[in-house]
Design a binder for this molecule. Structure first.
Ligand SMILES: Cc1ncc(COP(=O)(O)OP(=O)(O)O)c(N)n1
Ligand SMILES: Cc1nc(C(=O)O)sc1CCOP(=O)(O)O
Ligand SMILES: [Mg+2]
Length: 203
């Protein structure tokens, strides 16, 4: 199984997205997700093609948020979609073998309906967060534990996750945490990633 720290980039942070991704990978993030609602498909594809070999060399998976066509065209390691981003089963059928598909899950009811072919879920928001203005109702750690139990898939906690949360996340059965601001808005994103990893008992 993949490591516990999943970093999602933020074009609103001071550091350029490309440097956020590099810092997270150097710091030991198992996953980096490129999330930019406004970038053109062309610019996003250029960024993915630049980062893919760098991420692969560091053992980090590069995941694309939302953009099915861009993820497929660039050969990204994976794609992350939310409940409103399309039919996961239909998208899976278009993906080559080995490409990773992640799905957001906000409720136990959604967890019961995860189609085959989803590789992992991001469950949340655990806490309310200003990073995603349209987030669902926060589920807390209790809600997270219920989703983990029903989904029976590798689960990353998301939404307000920060230093000090590793124990509570682990207690729910989730395998890690997905973070935006805890890393991308830290003074030193590489060190912040490393510190989160250390809290999970990873070197
Ligand atoms: C790992 C992970 N989990 C959840 C999300 C949220 O996806 P979604 O609900 O589609 O919202 P947007 O990120 O598209 O605003 C995620 N991106 N990553
Ligand atoms: C991208 C995203 N998805 C969420 C969900 O609940 O599905 S919460 C979120 C933003 C998480 O940002 P931060 O780590 O800064 O709180
Ligand atoms: Mg989405």
């Amino acid at each position: 199984m993949r490591g516990p720290i999943y970093v999602i980039t933020d074009p609103g942070a001071a550091l350029p997205v490309v440097e956020q991704a590099r810092a997270a990978a150097r710091g030991g993030a198992a996953w980096v997700q490129l999330r930019d609602k406004t970038a053109s498909d062309g610019d996003l594809a250029t960024l993915i093609r630049l980062l893919l070999p760098e991420m692969a060399a560091l053992g980090t998976l590069l995941i694309v948020n939302d953009r099915v066509e861009v993820a497929l065209a660039t050969g990204a390691h994976g794609l992350h979609i939310g409940q409103g981003d399309g039919d996961a089963a239909a998208i899976r059928r278009r993906m080559p073998p080995g490409m990773i598909l992640g799905l957001s899950v906000e409720t136990v009811a959604q967890a019961r309906l995860i189609p085959p072919g989803v590789d992992y879920i991001g469950a949340g928001p655990v806490r309310a967060t200003p990073t995603k203005s349209d987030h669902a109702t926060p589920i807390g750690f209790d809600g997270l534990a219920k989703i983990v139990a029903v989904a029976a898939l590798p689960t990353y906690a998301i939404g307000g996750m920060k230093s000090g949360d590793a124990g509570a996340v682990r207690a729910t059965g989730a395998i890690g945490m997905a973070v935006v601001s805890s890393v991308t808005r830290a003074p030193d994103p590489e060190a912040a990633t490393r510190a989160l990893l250390a809290e999970w008992g990873m070197p």
